[in-house]
Each structure stands twice: as C-alpha cells, then as structure tokens.
Design a protein around this ligand. Structure first.
Ligand code: HEM
Length: 416
C-alpha cells in the first residue's frame, strides 16, 4: 500500500510531515495520482468506495447512538425511544444508522455480484476475494447483533431463533448456546455482550478492509474485459479520473439514503419491532432483515435443525471456494456466453430465495425454497466447473486499449 515515487509538495506543513512520515505519498499511491488503474473501469468498480463510505457512516452514527443507548433488558427499548424523542437529532442518527445498514448490504451484494460477473476472484486475486468473504461474515454478525439492541419483539425473537441454532450441534451445542446467552435464556447478559461486540466489530471490519485494499494493490484492480494491463497505455491514475467518475455514484448513494431517512424511514423495518420484547409472546412470523432473507430461506428449507444449520453455513462457506470451483481460464463474463446466462439465473435464484425467506415455511413457498436452495448449491458445485470445462469463450482482445483505439480509428476513418 505504501511507497510510490517521492513527490514534491508545495505546502510547507505537508512537506514537514511527509519528510518524517511519508503518509501523503502513501495515500497518493493507494487512491491518488500515483495509483495506475485500468482505463476501462465501469461504475461497478465504484462500489468499494461506497462500502468504505457506508462503513464510516455506520461507525460515526453508532458512536453517538452509543452515548445514549442502555444495554439492559429493562431499559434498552425505552432508551431507544428516548433517543428518538428527546435526544437532539437522535431520530436522524438512528434512522441514518438503521437505513445505512441496508445501504451497506445493498452495496456489498452488488460488489460481490460484480466480482462474480467479471471473475474478479480468479488468480491472482483469490486472497483478496477470501478476505472479502471474511468481511461479509463479520458484517453479518455485526448486523445481526445490532438488530437485537432495540430490544423489540423481532429483536428478541430473532436473537432467540438464531442463538438456538447452535444447540443443534451434537454434544457441545447446548453448552455453546448457554455460553452465548450468558444464562439460560436470551436476557440482559445476552444484550450486554451483543452490544459490546456490536461496538467492536465495525472496527474489526475496518481493519480487515485495509488488508482487503492492501491485497488489491499488489496486482491492482481487474477490469470489465478481464485481461491484465500490459502497457502504460492501458492505465490512468486513479485520481482525478476515477475519484471524479465515482463521485456520481457516491452522490446517488447519499440521495437513496436520504430518501429513506427523510421519507420512508421505517420502510425496511418490521412493525413487531415497535413493541417491547416479550418472552411470553412469540410473533406470528419471525423474519430477519431483508439482507438475511435468502440465507434464512436456505436455513429453513431443510426439515431438520442440524441439517438446516449445516446448509446455512455451507451456503456462505462455499463462497470461499469460488476461485477454485470456477474452472474457466477466462475471467470476464463478457467473453463467456454460457456462464453469463447462468450468472443471471443465479441472481434470479437468490431473489427467489429472498422472497421465500419472508414467507411462512409451508406449502408452495417451502417447495420453491427447497428447489431454489438446491439450485444455489448446484450453481457452485455443478454448473461452474462444467461450464468452465465445456464453454467456448469468445476471443479476448490483445490489450485493453487496442479495441478502443481501433474503433476510435474506425470512427475517424468513417468520418473522413
Ligand atoms: C466492508 C466491506 C468491503 C469494502 C470496504 C471493500 C472495499 C473494496 C475496494 C475499495 C475495492 C477496490 C474498488 C472496487 O473494485 O470496487 C475492492 C475490490 C474488491 N473486493 Fe471488496 N470490499 C468489501 C467487501 C468485499 C466482499 C464481501 C467481497 C467478496 C466476497 C469483496 C471482493 C472484492 C474483490 C474480488 C475486489 C477486486 C475487484 C476487481 O479488481 O475486479 N469485497 N473492495
């Protein structure tokens, strides 16, 4: 990440710092003028920046919420009401934090799908991908524990359902569950430890994200064509070209977040969470936040608790193996006509799983959920390896610039 050619800065203060600690040139080498970047990156490559921004928003709003929140079963729900009604701009902090989590997940799902479409996980970026999946797992844990904190009905019952899953593990399961709870049921000790971890994990995510970007900078970004950059002609500096190009996406993300916060702040929340937690009354349908629904559908598609937990774990763990399950030597789906087709079926399958996750697990939706779960795994373990072996990819261009320059020349010729 660090390094890059020594730069001369005009500002005296910057020169003073740079001489003692070359932090400015390190930043320039990472996201600045000294970071050669493929010249053909499209808007999908902006999502990493959006993710960093979302993480910072979550940490900043979370720190202020934590100043007023009380992690105790008897007071948590009321302390959140207090934030909403009496703390100056408390409603804004809370709505930005709650909807910011949705923005974060929407961006991470698009970021992952971008990686899958353009084969970003292929050598030499396997470790970069693996670090990404680790971030995703920690994000899921953080979001789950955050959802428990308001201590509404859905918070309480989501915590009960999910922590109970550990009890399916043979021999040690019950012990693990009691240990997680800090007692014999979901109660104040559970809330307190979830709060402590929910505060800690975003900083862990931040740390792992730095490793992610470090790994990225070893071989640089891939690109929509998927071939390596061969000459200086193929690259441009990250700043000002991509910083300015991606400002539009960052602006758009802010607009979407602002729309949710100011016009539909509770659109993505569940009505049951406006009632205080009641251990004696189970809600009719316990559903997680939208971003967990596909995985929840997989969990419930197996009529056995342990089986469901194993499938749920496997549905995430399989992402770690993706670089080795995809046997194609061509990276980008642009040159893979068969894979491209299956990629979109996979996206549809995950959307169907999301729909199933929100339904009662019975009748047609249960059957659809089972079929969609089977397809989810088939995509990774059957379709990807076989398509890679049998597909005939389209010919790759020799370099990133050549087709562009060629067509540029063709346009110029046609104009003459
Ligand atoms: C907090 C979460 C994350 C942050 C802040 C983050 C940040 C970034 C940034 C800044 C980039 C470079 C710009 C771009 O290509 O968009 C990047 C690239 C990449 N990320 Fe992430 N990322 C996160 C999560 C993930 C996850 C969950 C995965 C996969 C499971 C992942 C996989 C990748 C891959 C494969 C690339 C290289 C793309 C390419 O060059 O083609 N990232 N990430």
């Amino acid at each position: 990440m660090a390094g890059g050619p020594a730069r001369q800065y005009n500002n005296r203060l910057i020169r003073w710092v740079e001489y003692r600690m070359p932090i400015f040139s390190a930043v320039e080498a990472t996201i600045g003028r000294d970071m050669p970047t493929p010249k053909n990156l499209n808007y999908w490559w902006s999502l990493g920046s959006v993710l960093f921004l979302a993480l910072i928003i979550q940490i900043a709003t979370g720190i202020f919420l934590a100043m007023h929140y009380i992690p105790n079963g008897a007071m948590a729900f009321d302390s959140v009401e207090q934030i909403m009604r009496n703390v100056n701009y408390g409603w804004l902090l809370r709505y930005v934090h709650a909807n910011g989590a949705s923005l974060f997940f929407a961006a991470v799902y698009l970021h992952i799908l971008r990686g899958m479409y353009y084969g970003s996980y292929k050598a030499p970026r396997e470790l970069l991908w693996i670090i990404g999946v680790v971030i995703f797992v920690v994000m899921m844990a953080t979001a789950f524990m955050g959802y428990v904190l308001p201590w509404g009905q859905m918070s309480f019952w989501a915590a009960t359902v999910i922590t109970n899953l550990f009890s399916a593990i043979p021999l040690v399961g019950n012990g693990i569950t009691t240990w997680l709870w800090g007692g014999f049921a979901v109660d104040s000790p559970t809330l307190q430890r979830f709060y402590s971890l929910h505060y800690l994990l975003p900083f862990v995510i931040f740390g792992i994200s730095l490793l992610h970007v470090w790994a990225l900078h070893v071989h640089g970004s891939s690109n929509p064509v998927g071939i390596s950059t061969r000459s200086k002609q193929d690259t441009i500096p990250y700043h000002p070209y991509y910083t300015s190009k991606y400002m539009s996406v960052i602006g758009l993300s802010f607009i979407v977040l602002a729309f949710l916060v100011f016009y539909e702040p509770n659109f993505l929340s569940h009505p049951d969470n406006f009632k205080p937690a009641d251990p004696l009354q189970t809600p009719a349908n316990i559903v997680p936040e939208w971003y967990f629904l596909p995985f929840y559908a997989i969990l419930r598609s197996i009529p056995d608790k342990l089986g469901g937990v194993v499938m749920f774990g496997a549905s995430i763990a399989i992402l770690f193996l993706l670089p080795w399950l995809d046997t194609s030597r061509v990276r980008s789906a642009r040159f893979r006509p068969t894979y491209r087709y299956f990629f979109w079926i996979f996206v549809l399958d995950v959307i169907i799983l999301g729909w199933v996750g929100a339904q009662h697990p019975e009748g047609a939706s249960l059957l659809i959920g089972r079929l969609a779960t089977a397809y989810y795994f088939a995509h990774f373990v059957i379709i990807l390896p076989f398509v890679g072996w049998f597909e005939r990819p389209r010919p790759l261009p020799e370099s990133i610039s050549k087709p562009v320059l060629k067509s540029g020349a063709a346009v110029a010729e046609a104009a003459e």
